[in-house]
Design a protein around this ligand. Structure first.
Ligand SMILES: NC(=O)c1ccc[n+]([C@@H]2O[C@H](COP(=O)([O-])OP(=O)(O)OC[C@H]3O[C@@H](n4cnc5c(N)ncnc54)[C@H](OP(=O)(O)O)[C@@H]3O)[C@@H](O)[C@H]2O)c1
Length: 363
């Protein structure tokens, strides 16, 4: 009953949007977490277990986790196929939001009651409680809705950087992206719309396509087309009121990426950040010779590590994103909140195609 009441409260906070202010997590139940001792399919290798809590050290921070999403990179890390892997046994999850309960004697930037998100990947966020180092955490403003805070550090940051660091886009310019309904894609649509940049959004066809199109348009998408529509010659008519994009964002690879290149402006840039189709990017020779397109890659984890010594740019990005949230220009991705105990259900849903909803574990 108590757990259900807590879940209801978090749900109310997440959906009604009063943010994290006033949320107090006081229980001292034994910490639990989703632990894996070997790599493999997450549903098979993850177990919800009691875990030991490290002693609080000088620069340590004891955190009660509140909510954490399941992202594709979390799944790949557990499968053992990601670029960084944790030492085993490990707790799953790289992202989430928690509340500081206690701080070590040398901690200066955080105090009990503060809300925090990870500053780097690999913390293991699918747990009820942990002691993390001060430098591995970033303070979050307390007025940000739980689901926004829990999902801010990876996808919206990735979208923000890809919109800023590769091409200089002015209001009225355009970009094209595939997997536009992904967490990254939804953030791209919203941040671009806030900057006056037009978006051409490519999704996979599905039975409830119109519902998805309406949802992405309500976020600010200018055009939403399926992969099949993008291949047809008459798509040019549909896209004639937007300038040819200088920027393409590729989270899929394979044929989908090749199609993005076909629509890219001369000397434009395609940034690959994901490979959901598990297919390589194939580039027509003509795109390189006659269009002189640039092919780049982006990895948020590397960017955070490159900026770990001086976190000013990271803090500015979080502040900018929080301002957009406050102004109603950036919302959390479509999501489904699942109590930690029902993690199997959440894992299964997170790996299904056409789900269009991020699974968020409530601790
Ligand atoms: N490089 C970075 O720093 C960075 C940062 C964040 C995310 N990522 C990567 O970006 C990708 C998206 O992450 P996310 O959290 O935004 O994902 P998400 O919200 O879980 O959404 C997954 C997306 O992938 C699509 N998809 C799944 N399987 C596909 C397939 N076989 N072919 C084409 N599309 C497919 C889904 O489309 P349907 O609805 O049609 O199934 C959906 O749009 C992942 O690869 C992730 O690892 C990279």
């Amino acid at each position: 009953m108590v757990a259900m009441a807590a879940v209801r409260r978090l749900r109310a906070l997440a959906t009604a949007g009063p943010g994290l202010r006033g949320l107090s997590v006081t229980s001292r139940a034994r910490p639990r977490g989703l632990v894996y001792e070997q790599h493999g399919e997450p549903a098979q290798v993850l177990q919800l277990k009691d875990i030991d809590l490290a002693e609080l050290w000088d620069s340590g921070v004891r955190v009660k986790m509140i909510a954490a999403p399941i992202n594709p990179s979390d799944i790949n890390m557990i499968q053992g196929t990601y670029a960084i892997l944790a030492d085993l046994p490990a707790v799953g999850g790289n992202e989430g939001v928690g509340q500081v309960m206690e701080v070590g004697s040398r901690v200066t930037s955080l105090k009990p009651g503060d809300l925090v998100i990870p500053a780097d990947a690999g913390l293991g966020t699918w747990r009820t409680e942990a002691v993390f180092s001060e430098e591995s955490l970033l303070k979050m403003p307390s007025d940000i809705p739980v689901t926004c805070a829990a999902t801010l550090g990876v996808n919206p940051c990735t979208a923000y950087r890809m919109l800023s660091d590769f091409e200089t886009l002015k209001p009225g310019d355009s970009l094209i992206q595939n997997s536009a309904n992904s967490g990254v894609g939804q953030a791209v649509i919203q941040i671009a719309a806030a900057k006056g940049i037009k978006t051409i959004n490519v999704v996979r066809d599905r039975p409830d396509l119109q519902e998805l199109v309406d949802r992405l348009k309500s976020l600010g998408a200018d055009h939403v087309v399926t992969e099949e529509m993008l291949r047809k010659p008459d798509v040019k008519d549909l896209l004639k009121n937007v300038p040819k994009p200088m920027l393409a964002l590729n989270g899929v690879g394979g044929k989908s990426a090749t199609e993005l290149l076909r629509h890219l402006q001369h000397k434009g840039t395609m940034v690959t950040y994901g490979g959901m189709s598990k297919q390589p990017v194939t580039v027509p020779v003509s795109a390189l010779i006659f269009k002189d397109v640039k092919l780049r890659g982006f990895w948020m984890t590397q960017w955070k590590r490159d900026h770990a010594q001086n976190k000013e740019e990271l803090r500015k990005m979080i502040e900018d994103l929080c301002s957009l949230i406050r102004q109603g220009q950036l919302t959390a991705p479509a999501c489904r909140e699942v109590p930690l105990a029902n993690y199997q259900e959440a894992l299964t849903a997170s790996m299904k195609p056409y789900i269009s909803a991020k699974q968020i574990l409530l601790m």
